[in-house]
Design a protein around this ligand. Structure first.
Ligand code: IPM
Ligand code: MG
Length: 350
């Protein structure tokens, strides 16, 4: 059985996952690693962004780590064959419904944020984004021609009690191991799915997690509070679309999108999907200047959440911190190190 399936993907994906491989070979040499095409490169080779074989390999591995998918080359591919569709199919196929997106400000990077230092110094909050439901997957969805000219487009936001409950449970459990506070973000003032979301979270809270502090927050207000006073947050649970948006905002607080990992988890005992949240960055792809730390920290999360190697995860986290303390900076952090040199800095700190 493969321990770690690597899906380097497109754009800067292969560059940053190459550094993960180097780190893994040093830190956990006994880990078995397999690599496969995924995203646009899979579409080019096989006509689909995610083959059945690759999905089967993902489900059979202990953890899956992907780089990034997509890019300008594939914008005109049919919607269901686009790299992003492959990613959604991978998430759904693996059943990874809870997406943990930490917004963590490393001390040496507090000045790299676009917010004032005092707002972000010591920041450590976690967004738990629902990942396999909501408007990303709801049906019907279509664009149709209107008889009088013009078109009409429909997407559907849909959530069930069970879907809300299982992701909220992940948030409450996480909070118990942190600062014990959950914010649940929705638009219950406008959307029925938001209303159900609020009711289900409230009921679960009083039934199973009365010891955890729970606050409901409207998603627009959450966006404002994230840039106004982000340190008030510990864990924020929200739906797929709001989570996509709010997690980008939260990411920028930490200085660079190039720093942030994520973990997508399913039911206990199933493999997790780990990915840097920065995307394929076609503008700098192939230049060897991308920051590999988000990918390396995604590996750190994989060690912790799927591979049962918390000691190695701790060592890797400390090594990343050390490298930053020593002044290692890629271009996105205001420095001049290449992707491989940042990898060297982490390896040296290990
Ligand atoms: C993310 C990305 C993806 C999403 C895209 C690439 C499909 O923005 O992981 O946040 O919208 O979920
Ligand atoms: Mg996104």
């Amino acid at each position: 059985m493969t321990d770690l399936l690597l899906l380097p993907g497109d754009g800067i994906g292969p560059e940053v996952t190459a550094q993960v491989r180097r780190v893994a070979e040093k830190l956990t040499p006994d880990l078995s690693i397999e690599e496969r095409l995924f995203g646009g490169c899979s579409y080019d080779a096989h006509g689909v962004p995610l083959t059945d074989e690759t999905l089967a390999a993902a489900k059979a591995a202990k953890a899956v780590l992907m780089g990034a998918v997509g890019g300008p080359k594939w914008v005109d591919a049919p919607r269901d064959k686009r790299p992003e569709a492959g990613l959604l199919n991978l998430r759904a196929g693996m059943g990874v419904f809870a997406n943990l997106r930490p917004a963590l400000c490393f001390q040496p990077l507090a000045d790299a944020s676009s917010l004032k230092r005092e707002l972000v110094e010591g920041l450590d909050f976690m967004i738990v984004r629902e990942l396999t439901g909501g408007i990303y997957f709801g049906s019907p969805r279509f664009i149709e021609d209107l008889p009088g000219g013009g078109q009409r487009a429909v997407d559907t936001q849909v959530y069930t009690t069970a879907e809300i409950e299982r992701v909220a449970r992940v948030a409450f459990e996480l909070a118990r191991g942190r600062r014990n506070k959950v914010h649940s973000a929705e638009k219950s003032n406008v959307m029925d799915s938001g209303l159900l979301w609020r009711r289900v979270v409230t009921a679960l809270h009083s039934r199973e997690y009365p010891d955890v502090e729970l606050e409901h927050i409207l998603a627009d207000n959450a966006a404002m509070q994230i840039v106004k006073n982000p340190k008030q947050f510990d864990v924020m649970v929200t739906d797929n679309l709001f989570g996509d948006i709010l997690s980008d905002a939260a990411a920028q607080l930490t200085g660079s999108l190039g720093m942030l990992p994520s973990a997508a988890l399913g039911l206990p005992g199933t493999p997790g999907l780990y990915e840097p949240i920065h995307g394929s960055a076609p503008d700098i792809a192939g230049q060897g200047v991308a920051n590999p730390l988000a990918a390396i920290l995604s590996f750190e999360m994989a060690l912790r959440w799927s591979l049962d190697r918390p000691a190695e995860a701790d060592r890797l986290f400390a090594a990343v911190e050390k490298a930053l303390e020593n002044g290692a900076r890629t271009r996105d952090l205001g420095g001049a190190l290449s992707t491989a040199q940042m990898g060297d800095a982490v390896l040296a700190a290990l």
